[in-house]
Write a protein that binds this ligand. Structure first.
Ligand SMILES: CC(C)(COP(=O)(O)OP(=O)(O)OC[C@H]1O[C@@H](n2cnc3c(N)ncnc32)[C@H](O)[C@@H]1OP(=O)(O)O)[C@@H](O)C(=O)NCCC(=O)NCCS
Length: 178
């Protein structure tokens, strides 16, 4: 995947009912290391990244690309939501489209925070790039992610085998003005 493209960045922090979505800062580094080295978080993502490599190589301000949001609850980072351009050549239906990805720390699962954060990020995209469809890929075995995708309005485009598992490609039609 590559950068989202020409959007004004960084945006003002986005406030939802319970969360703040903002660009990353140096103080998020420890939470990013936690997120990327967690075996539980990466159970359906090909396995965790080695913590020592992350400690060594992660930039001082992690994940600072346009389209990349830290999700904060009560002042602490609980997850990451990002939008990028899909570059997977095996998926012509997705190639070049905006693609959403999400990772939350396990202690924050099961509260609806991921849905709340992703809805806000998709609303933000509708505002800055109106008419953009969004795609999402996830393993079909990742039940929480499949439920989240449906909740966010993604519908199936195709299933395919990759990375030794069945994958699901979903798409969300662009918002239409009333
Ligand atoms: C995928 C992932 C983000 C889903 O997180 P999640 O917390 O289950 O997702 P949601 O925000 O939609 O929360 C849903 C749950 O919160 C519950 N919930 C509790 N309080 C709630 C509230 N106030 N509002 C809404 N839902 C609430 C819902 O009942 C639901 O439970 P259920 O899934 O058992 O039915 C999370 O499992 C994760 O980070 N996994 C690892 C990374 C990963 O696999 N990412 C996918 C990459 S493609």
């Amino acid at each position: 995947m590559s950068d989202l493209g020409s959007v004004a960045w960084p945006p003002e922090p986005i406030r939802t009912k319970r969360l703040v979505l903002r660009t990353s800062e140096a103080r998020d580094r420890a939470a990013y290391i936690e997120l990327l080295s967690s075996a539980e978080v990466h159970a359906y993502l090909g396995g965790p990244h080695p913590r020592d490599v992350l400690e060594r190589e992660m930039p001082e301000t992690p994940a600072s690309r346009p389209g990349s949001f830290v999700v904060e609850l009560d002042g602490a980072m609980i997850g990451h939501v990002e939008l990028k351009r899909a570059t997977e050549r095996r998926l012509p239906a997705a190639l070049g489209k905006a693609e959403i990805g999400y990772l939350f720390l396990p202690h924050a699962w099961g509260h609806g925070y991921a849905a709340e954060a992703c809805e806000a990020v998709l609303d933000w995209l509708d505002g800055v790039l109106p008419g953009e469809p969004v795609v999402l890929t996830t393993q079909t075995a990742n039940a929480g992610s499949m439920r989240l995708a449906a909740k966010l309005g993604f519908t199936e485009v195709e299933r395919f085998e990759a990375w030794d598992a069945e994958q699901w490609l979903g798409m969300r039609a662009p918002a239409t003005s009333a």
